[in-house]
Design a binder for this molecule. Structure first.
Ligand SMILES: [Zn+2]
Length: 317
């Protein structure tokens, strides 16, 4: 264990109220910039032809080591772009891969070692969620079994382009899960007691974008945080009233969805969650740059806070 991590764990241990909940800390990090064409028609705020999307991942400090939720694009995606990323993906998303944005590099910048990352939880296995797995060869990876099946079988045209075994097929440590209908999280089916992880981390399947897409919920001292992955793409899709999505991101989501009915069901359930339990659960998604910036600034992702604050400012990287 890296000394900094050990020291921080000790500090947490003695300053917390002995529960693991109090010791967890979530860092919102961006592990990939995407620049699809379309400007504000896609992201709702950019001036000019390029839109700005991110790969919003979590790095969680827990008593049992660091946990990554999604890995973004990894350092090998930089070196071997062809093969690890399909030309379809590169044309559509126009990823700007930079070594400084990889999770591995950001973990080091925070004073940790990559070997401190003991677990990786994946919302799904799309190439911009899974690209960084190979930077953490000792980590245990956790994913829904349905997603693993879809990613290894790659039956459809889209499946062969979105899932890139070159990124993760040599990784030795995998843990697969199925939702237990007896277990519920705010009414959602869920998976509890992930192998080697604190009980406060729960998988919340949100199917539709991919076959085994899942949210990841973490119980914090002040309430729950839910990483909803690609269950929605635009910050205003979950608004209580007048929710909407840009034309460009509606197109993207339709193009990339595995099952439309399932995706819309997941989206409706998330909206209901905001209406019924918005004071207990905060939610984020993978690709919205403004939403990520709001979380990084420790602000609640309230719609009215977005544009006035950040339109002309560079996004944190
Ligand atoms: Zn995806």
């Amino acid at each position: 264990m890296n000394w900094t991590f050990a020291a921080r764990s000790l500090i947490c241990r003695f300053s917390s109220t002995t529960t693991e909940v109090a010791m967890m800390r979530i860092h919102h990090i961006n592990c990939g910039n995407l620049r699809p064409w379309g400007g504000r028609i896609v992201d709702g705020f950019s001036h000019g032809g390029e839109a700005r999307l991110v790969c919003h991942c979590w790095l969680i400090e827990t008593a049992s080591g660091l946990v990554l939720v999604d890995t973004g694009l990894g350092s090998d995606d930089l070196l071997e772009r062809q093969g690890r990323l399909s030309s379809f993906y590169q044309t559509l998303h126009r990823p700007q891969i930079s070594a400084g944005l990889t999770a591995e590099r950001q973990v080091r910048r925070m004073g940790f070692s990559p070997s401190d990352v003991r677990h990786i939880i994946l919302t799904h296995l799309d190439c911009d969620q899974a690209g960084g797995i190979s930077d953490f060869p000792r980590a245990q990876v956790h994913v829904l079994r349905d997603e693993w099946s879809a990613a290894t079988e790659r039956r459809s045209w889209m499946g062969r382009r979105r899932y890139r075994p070159e990124q993760w097929q040599h990784h030795p440590f995998w843990n697969f899960y199925e939702a237990n209908p007896q277990h519920r999280w705010f009414g959602f089916e869920c998976v509890r007691n992930l192998m080697g992880l604190p009980p406060e981390i729960v998988l919340v399947p949100l199917r539709g974008h991919t076959q085994g897409h899942t949210g990841v919920a973490v119980k914090m001292p002040h309430g729950w945080m839910l990483h909803a992955g690609d269950a929605y793409f635009y910050r205003r899709e979950l608004e209580k009233e007048g929710y909407h999505c840009t034309l460009g991101l509606r197109f993207y989501q339709r193009l990339l969805e595995f099952n439309h009915r399932q995706r819309m069901f997941s989206l409706r359930r998330l909206r209901d969650l905001v209406i019924d339990h918005g004071d207990e659960v905060r939610i984020c998604s993978s690709h919205d740059a403004i939403e990520l910036a709001a979380y990084q600034a420790q602000q609640l992702p309230l719609a009215e806070q977005y544009e006035p604050l950040r339109l002309s400012q560079p996004l944190p990287t």
